[in-house]
Design a protein around this ligand. Structure first.
Ligand SMILES: *Cc1c(COP(=O)(O)O)cnc(C)c1O
Length: 450
C-alpha cells in the first residue's frame, strides 16, 4: 500500500512535469529572439490574434433563475428586509455565511457601507488612526473618513501589490486602532504577518475582502481571518446585485452592533440605541443575489483553473510576472488577473505602447487603478477641514501630509500594473486563455518594433 502510494505520487509528479513542459513549449522558444510564425503586429496592419468578443458581466449571469427570483420578490410585496425575517436578504445572509465559512453575516447596501459599518461598530472615530492600502477602491478610505478617523496609508509590496507588512509597523503610533488589509484582485494579503502585527500592537483587523469571496489562505477563507470581513456585490464584482455588500464575523456581540449601526442605530428588538446611518440591503438586491448564488462557487473554481493555466503559460517569462502569492495562498477571488509589466524585457517600450499593440491584437488588458490614494485631492481636502483641524493636532496633520509618499505604489500605477479582467474573462475556454497568451507573445516577439 505504502509502495503504491509512493509510486503513484512519483507518477503524478512526472506527468505534471511533462504536461507543463508541453504547455511551455508553445511559449518558451520565443524568448530572447524573434519567431517567424508570429507575423506582423495588427497595429501595423497584420492579422489580429483574436476577433471574438468577451462575454459581458453581469449580463451573462442574468438567466431565468435570477429573473424568476426578482419576479417572485416583486410579486410578494416584501420589498424591505424589515417586512419579513425570512425574506431574500435574511435568506441570503444565512447562505452567504455558510459559503464563506463563518457563523454570521449582515447584508448592507454596498461594500463601502459594510466597511463603514464595521469601523463605526468598533467605535473608531475622531482621533483614531486606521492603517490601510493606497491601492484599492476609494470605498476603503471613504469608510474610514465617514467616521472621521484618519486613514493612514502604507506603501505596497512591488510584487504582490498588497500592503507591505514592513511598512505597516513603521506607521503604528499610540492612536492606531486597526488595520484594514485589502486583498487586492481577490488575492490574499500576507495575513500571517498582518495578524501577528495586530496581536503585538493590540489592533483590530477588518479585512477588505470586497474582491475576494471564496479565496482561501492557510485553510481559512478570506474575511474570516480578521475580526470582521467585508464584501462587495457591486456590478463589477464576482457576486453581484448592482450595489450591495456584506459583513461576516463570528463575534455575536460585535455582529449585533454591526446590525444596529447599519439599521440607523435601531437594534434587532426595535430599540433606538446608538448612532448609525441607514445602510440596509433591500429585498430586490437579496433576490438578485439568491438568483445567482448556486453557480457562484463553480464560477470561482473555473476562474482559478484558468488563472492556473495562465500562470503555467507565463512561468519563466520575464516580461510579465503574475501577482505574487504569499505562502499559504490556496486560491484567489481573481477579480483581476494581475501581472507586473517589466519593460526592460520589452525593448524598454512603455506599458502604454505594449497595451496598445495588444489591444490591436484583440486582447484588452488594462493598467487598472490610475493613481494611489496618496496622490488624490482628498488629502489636502481633509487637512483643510474644520473638523479634522479640531480633531487632530497641527503637528500630526503636518507629518500625515509628509508621509503621503508611496514610491512603490506609484511605480505599480504608472509603469507596471497590467490586468486581465477576471470576473467574466476567466470564465472563458482554454482557447480564450490561449488567445491572451498568444497575443502577449506576438507582441513580445515584435518588441523591437514597439
Ligand atoms: C468594490 C470595492 C470596495 C467598495 O465596494 P462597493 O460595493 O463598490 O461600495 C471596497 N474595496 C475594494 C477592494 C473593492 O474592490
Amino acid at each position: 500500500m505504502k509502495f503504491n502510494d509512493l509510486s503513484r505520487r512519483n507518477f503524478i509528479t512526472a506527468v505534471t512535469a511533462t504536461t507543463l513542459a508541453t504547455a511551455f513549449s508553445n511559449v518558451i522558444p520565443a524568448y530572447g529572439n524573434t519567431r517567424k510564425k508570429s507575423g506582423k503586429l495588427a497595429i501595423f496592419g497584420g492579422t489580429p490574434v483574436r476577433v471574438k468578443v468577451w462575454p459581458k458581466w453581469p449580463a451573462m449571469i442574468a438567466d431565468e433563475n435570477l429573473i424568476e427570483s426578482v419576479l417572485k420578490t416583486t410579486k410578494s410585496g416584501i420589498w424591505s428586509r424589515i417586512q419579513s425575517p425570512t425574506g431574500t436578504v435574511a435568506t441570503f445572509e444565512k447562505e452567504y455565511a455558510r459559503l464563506m465559512g463563518t457563523q454570521l453575516c449582515i447584508g448592507t447596501g454596498s461594500g463601502t457601507q459594510a466597511l463603514a459599518t464595521s469601523v463605526e461598530a468598533m467605535d473608531f472615530g475622531p482621533g483614531d488612526e486606521i492603517i490601510t492600502s493606497p491601492y484599492s477602491d476609494f470605498g476603503t478610505v471613504s469608510a474610514i473618513l465617514t467616521s472621521r478617523a484618519l486613514p493612514v496609508l502604507v506603501d505596497l509590496d512591488r510584487d504582490s501589490f498588497q500592503l507591505d507588512p514592513e511598512e505597516i509597523e513603521k506607521k503604528i503610533n499610540k492612536n492606531t486602532k486597526a488595520i484594514i488589509p485589502v486583498h487586492i484582485m481577490g488575492m490574499p494579503c500576507n495575513m500571517e504577518r498582518i495578524m501577528a502585527i495586530a496581536v503585538k500592537h493590540n489592533l483590530k483587523v477588518i479585512e477588505d475582502a470586497c474582491q475576494a469571496n471564496f479565496a482561501k489562505y492557510q485553510a481559512k477563507q478570506l474575511g474570516t481571518i480578521g475580526d470582521l470581513g467585508c464584501f462587495s456585490f457591486q456590478a463589477s464584482k464576482q457576486i453581484s446585485c448592482g450595489e450591495g455588500g456584506a459583513i461576516i464575523g463570528n463575534d455575536e456581540v460585535l455582529m449585533d452592533r454591526c446590525f444596529t449601526v447599519q439599521n440607523h442605530g435601531t437594534n434587532r428588538k426595535g430599540s433606538n440605541v446608538t448612532i448609525g446611518p441607514k445602510y440596509r440591503m433591500n429585498e430586490f438586491e437579496g433576490a438578485v443575489l439568491m438568483g445567482q448564488i448556486a453557480g457562484a462557487r463553480a464560477r470561482f473554481e473555473k476562474r482559478n483553473a484558468n488563472a492556473a493555466y495562465l500562470d503555467a503559460k507565463l512561468k519563466g517569462f520575464p516580461g510579465l510576472v503574475p501577482q505574487k502569492k504569499y505562502p499559504g495562498t490556496e486560491s484567489s477571488g481573481y477579480y483581476k488577473y494581475a501581472m507586473s509589466y517589466r519593460k526592460e524585457h520589452f525593448n524598454n517600450a512603455d506599458r502604454s505602447k505594449f497595451l496598445k499593440a495588444l489591444s490591436a491584437e484583440g486582447i484588452n488588458l488594462s493598467p487598472y487603478i490610475a493613481r494611489g490614494f496618496h496622490g488624490e485631492p482628498w488629502v489636502d481636502e481633509i487637512l483643510g477641514l474644520r473638523e479634522y483641524k479640531a480633531l487632530y493636532s497641527a503637528a500630526r496633520l503636518k507629518s500625515y501630509k509628509e508621509e503621503m509618499k508611496m514610491p512603490v505604489c506609484d511605480l505599480v500605477c504608472n509603469e507596471e500594473m497590467v490586468v486581465l479582467e477576471g470576473v467574466a474573462s476567466l470564465l472563458g475556454s482554454t482557447q480564450d486563455m490561449d488567445d491572451v497568451i498568444n497575443a502577449i507573445m506576438k507582441v513580445y516577439d515584435n518588441r523591437d518594433k514597439l
